[in-house]
Design a protein around this ligand. Structure first.
Ligand code: MF3
Ligand code: CO
Ligand code: CO
Length: 258
């Protein structure tokens, strides 16, 4: 069942999503050559705790750390470790906070030091895929239009979309219905309605879409070792359109252009 959130739940979601967004802004200045992904984990962990929240990933289905850090060909669910990030790497940092009973989920891909041309490209395509998905995530639209839009844009840029992982409803649970696919499935009949809250989080590969799991059973990588990038926002659907809850600017997409 897809929940329609109450006003009270929406206020709870605003607060946790704001904290997740603030954590991601805070950590950006620490993303520099020479730091370890564990350093980034510990800084985010302390920040989240000091704001009265918990990091949702910690112990989630046995995940051992507080954030996900996915470097270069790592697609998602990278486990923070002693790995040092280097000039020219790209790194996705995925933050989920649990504040007063609600989860807020957001991620970004950063360049470490100066961008490389390939890093720049996959990052740019992943960001524009998220933005294009948000632009069509409007009440009265079929949810599969979000996936179709993202898939078409990735393809136009000769990139591919990971199919095994998707966006998701979010609220009192980390992962709720609906599954938000980042490609089109014509069988998906879900209609986007006001009061829904879900994430959009396309994982975009510079090469082929195929994935592989690492022996740690969490880290997902591209099978062809091509670079992968991802951006994620938590979105509230309103009568008027949508609102990005994990954006400190509070970006809104109106249903009808004003
Ligand atoms: N934050 C991820 C998502 O966007 C989920 C991470 S699950 C974890 O849905 F266990 F790896 F943290
Ligand atoms: Co998510
Ligand atoms: Co996430």
């Amino acid at each position: 069942m897809i929940q329609i959130k109450s006003e009270e739940e929406i206020e709870g979601m605003r607060a946790t999503c704001r904290l997740a967004a603030e954590t991601l802004v805070m950590i950006e200045s620490h993303v520099k050559p020479g730091v370890t992904t564990l350093d980034l984990n510990d800084i985010c962990h302390d920040y989240i705790i000091s704001h009265g929240a918990q990091p949702s990933p910690l112990n989630y289905r046995g995940f051992p750390k507080s954030i996900c850090t996915s470097v270069n060909q790592q697609i998602c669910h990278g486990i923070p470790s002693e790995r040092v990030i280097r000039e020219g790497d790209i790194i996705n940092i995925d933050i989920t906070t649990y504040l007063n009973g609600f989860h807020g989920d957001t991620s970004k891909t950063f360049h470490v030091g100066a961008p490389t041309p390939k890093g720049e490209k996959v990052r740019r395509v992943a960001l524009s895929c998220l933005e294009a998905g948000i632009a069509v995530a409007l009440p009265g639209t079929l949810l599969r239009v979000v996936g179709a839009t993202i898939e078409a844009l990735a393809k136009k840029n000769r990139c591919s979309v990971v199919r095994e992982y998707c966006g998701h409803g979010i609220g009192r649970e980390f992962h709720e219905e609906p599954a938000v696919l980042h490609y089109e499935d014509k069988r998906d009949q879900v209609m986007i309605r006001p009061g829904m809250i879900f994430t959009i989080e396309p994982m975009i590969n510079l090469g082929k879409p195929a994935i592989k799991h690492m022996p740690d059973n969490w880290t997902v990588v591209t099978k062809d070792h091509s670079l992968s990038a991802q951006f994620e926002h938590t979105i509230l659907i309103t009568e008027a359109g949508n609102e990005v809850l994990t954006d400190l600017a509070g970006t809104k997409t109106p249903l009808k252009p004003s």
